[in-house]
Design a protein around this ligand. Structure first.
Ligand SMILES: O=C[C@H](O)COP(=O)(O)O
Length: 232
């Protein structure tokens, strides 16, 4: 079971350190924990409780890429885990599939664990066509090595992210079954996961964990979810 906390643009280095200190007290059982702080909160944290990853990075060692960080900056903190293809990168910041594919190839070559996100928009979901939803997701997998041994795929319907709306367990099951036909790698769900729904979600067949935004920002809430997950 995997639980990943995506801090998005929340937390500082000081608050991430305090978060980790508190998290250290948990007995996480068999749950593998990942934490994705914002760039400025990356550091050499002396922790064994969670793997620290980056929310994004550019596909170069270093260079003239204003506003980006690359391999050199990640290596300073020994970071070998990355989220790619998050819907906020795709839809708010206009990342194309072509760019995401380039990033994937670069960081795969570097041996990174990659949390790769896919998910349909509300418009696509409301079309009512399963075929359209599947083909939308297939486009997001174009150019991605779905057999990469350090790949983790997160299904995150855009309309469920940060909205409080969660996909039904039936919808999640259908989408994860579809993704299972594409890859044998672990499949996660993300989109308004919280203590009230995490048990149901984690019991969906093929669901091997959750990528959690909002409900992970408070360490006590994240710990509540870890305690629920480890009992399943
Ligand atoms: O990366 C996490 C997802 O975007 C889910 O975010 P959320 O839990 O705030 O809906």
């Amino acid at each position: 079971m995997i639980l990943a906390a995506n801090f998005k643009m929340n937390h500082t280095r000081a608050s991430t350190r305090a978060y980790l200190q508190k998290l250290e007290s948990i007995d996480k059982g068999d749950v593998a924990l990942y934490l994705f702080p914002p760039f400025t909160a990356l550091d050499n944290y002396d922790t064994a409780v969670a793997t620290i990853g980056a929310q994004n990075a550019y596909c170069a060692q270093s260079g003239s890429y204003t506003g980006e960080i690359g391999l050199e900056q990640l290596e300073e903190f020994g970071i070998k885990t990355l989220i790619l293809g998050h819907s906020e990168r795709r839809h708010l910041f206009g990342e194309s599939q072509e760019l995401i594919t380039k990033k994937f190839a670069f960081f795969k070559e570097q041996g990174f664990t990659i949390f790769y996100c896919v998910g349909e928009t509300q418009e696509v979901r409301e079309s009512g066509s399963t075929e359209l939803i599947y083909s939308y997701i297939e486009q997001q997998l174009e150019g991605i090595d779905v057999a990469y041994e350090k790949l983790i795929v997160a299904y995150e319907p855009v309309w469920a992210i940060g909205t409080g709306k969660t996909a039904t367990t039936e919808d999640i099951a259908t989408m994860l079954e579809f993704l299972r036909t594409k890859t044998k790698r672990p499949l996660l769900y993300g989109g308004s996961v919280k203590p009230q729904n995490i048990a149901q979600i984690l019991q969906v067949p093929e669901c091997e964990g959750a990528l959690i935004g909002t409900a992970s920002w408070n360490v006590d809430t994240f710990m509540t979810m870890i305690n629920i997950a480890k009992e399943l």
